[in-house]
Ligand binder design. Structure first.
Ligand SMILES: C[S@@+](CC[C@H](N)C(=O)[O-])C[C@H]1O[C@@H](n2cnc3c(N)ncnc32)[C@H](O)[C@@H]1O
Length: 445
């Protein structure tokens, strides 16, 4: 665990106020566990240096939530009585600091949690005494607390949605030892990958031997913000980079990126196929605006159209030589980067799979003779990928699998010699995000 610079607790006339970092974390935990909502991307924007503490604290609370709650339960007078969310949040935060953040003093971990417990929105005032007593006791032996928490089964931290995602990731074999190994990998804080766009990479970024253009952050190196802001490079997960390293040497003068924001893949497409006319669709106005801005900043030419891709494609006569459909999805493959994913409401899956199917059918109709269509989702769930592939195979006999990736990136049963038309890196042999996809081509000149 990196040493953390500790925020100063602000002592006001009426006592100790929790730092903004802790208040932000408590808000985020309420959003996730109360509403099933995501932690907003910019949740730690105004925290300055305390953002490190906030990120570490939130990440640990989300990743160890089940064990933290299981540890608390037997300590209660009436363990079967429901505990208000405010108490659970505050205790999880206090215990996490005591167990896993050695740079936080006992005093800060306990007293700020007690103050949070008294907060009307974030805590539960009647449990202020309980929080105080429990944390004070735990603070007496932090090493034992950590050992007791670590000794609880890791499976407690998995929601049913996470369990399903893991099993889908390892299907069809799903040996229990593999499930635990994958879960343990997904609990590590991920290191971002980058793609070089121009010039030289800054110090601290190491080229990835097997994936030209991919750079990884070396241990302890600072996050290369100035380089990203100067458009020298962009953050792009290695799975996205490998997906876009498809082998295809036919000319592709007309490219469609059907679901384009924030534009990482549009950028890569433009760099791979200089001179191609690129159309980039995005349904959400704000994301479309951000897409336009990023492309402009990177000097990428593309026609950005803010539209529902299904409607736009169904009403279009245009034909494309290369279509990328990086479809909206559950994001089950991103749960390492988004530790709140297991706890989100996942009730819109049928709507998403319906949309994916509609987008795929409409995109297939716009594929020019000889053209290539790549469908991808950052999800392991079969209904978001493999089922669509099987459907397309039946519904569109004019399309044929296109073996555009090295066989090692696909499932064993999908390989044709050294290549595969199915992109599905094995999660235990590939350190990138969980992705699945497939490529088809239309016969013709
Ligand atoms: C997986 S993300 C795409 C990521 C992007 N390809 C990249 O690499 O930067 C899916 C995008 O599709 C957009 N989207 C969702 N439904 C859409 C629709 N019906 N038409 C067009 N875009 C849609 C989402 O807003 C989101 O920005």
């Amino acid at each position: 665990m990196p040493a953390l610079r500790m925020p100063q607790a602000r002592v006001l006339a009426w006592g100790l106020m929790p730092t903004p970092a802790r208040i932000h974390v408590a808000h985020a935990l309420h959003e996730v566990f109360g509403e099933g909502g995501r932690v907003p991307d910019i949740w730690d924007r105004d925290l300055g240096e305390d953002a490190h503490l906030a990120q570490a604290l939130l990440g640990l609370c989300l990743r160890r939530w089940g064990r933290l709650q299981a540890w608390v339960k037997p300590q209660l007078k009436d363990p079967d009585r429901g505990v208000p969310l405010g108490t659970r949040v505050v205790l999880a935060m206090g215990l996490t600091q005591l167990a896993w953040l050695p740079g936080v003093s006992d005093h800060a971990a306990v007293n700020e949690s007690v103050e949070l417990a008294a907060n009307r929105d974030l805590g539960f005032l009647p449990h202020k005494g309980l929080v105080n007593a429990l944390l004070r006791r735990a603070a007496k032996d932090r090493a034992t607390l950590a050992a007791e928490l670590e000794a609880l089964p890791a499976a407690l931290d998995r929601s049913p949605a996470a369990e399903r995602a893991l099993r889908a990731a390892l299907a069809p074999h799903q040996a229990e030892a593999e499930i635990e190994a994958l879960w343990s990998r997904l609990q590590q804080v991920p290191r971002p990958d980058f793609r070089l766009l121009k010039g030289e990479a800054p110090a601290g970024l190491r080229p990835e031997a097997d994936l030209p253009g991919c750079l990884c952050l070396e241990e302890g190196a600072p996050f290369p913000r100035p380089w990203l802001e100067s458009a020298g490079g962009m953050v792009q997960d290695r799975s996205s980079q490998a997906l876009l390293a498809y082998a295809w040497d036919r000319p592709v003068p007309r490219i469609l990126d059907a679901c384009a924001a924030p534009g990482g893949k549009t950028t890569t497409l433009a760099l791979r196929h200089p001179g191609a006319a690129i159309t980039a669709l995005e349904v959400h106005p704000r994301r479309a605006a951000r897409l336009r801005q990023s492309l402009l900043q990177r000097g990428i030419e593309a026609q950005v159209i803010q539209a529902d891709a299904a409607e736009w494609l169904e009403g279009s006569e245009a034909a494309f030589d290369l279509i990328l459909l990086d479809a909206p999805c559950s994001g089950s493959g991103t749960l390492q980067k988004h530790p709140e994913w297991p706890w989100l409401k996942h009730e819109d899956l049928p709507r998403l799979t319906g949309l994916q199917r509609r987008l795929l059918g409409a995109a297939a109709d716009r594929l020019a003779p000889g053209g290539l269509l790549i469908y991808a989702v950052c999800s392991w769930l079969p209904e978001e990928g493999d089922s669509h592939r099987a459907w397309l195979e039946q519904a569109r006999p004019d399309l044929r699998p296109a073996e555009v990736w090295p066989a090692a990136l696909g499932p064993a049963e999908g390989a044709v010699g050294e290549a595969t038309a199915r992109f599905r890196p094995h999660p235990l042999r590939w350190a990138g995000e969980g992705f699945q996809g497939f490529a088809v081509r239309r016969a013709g000149s």
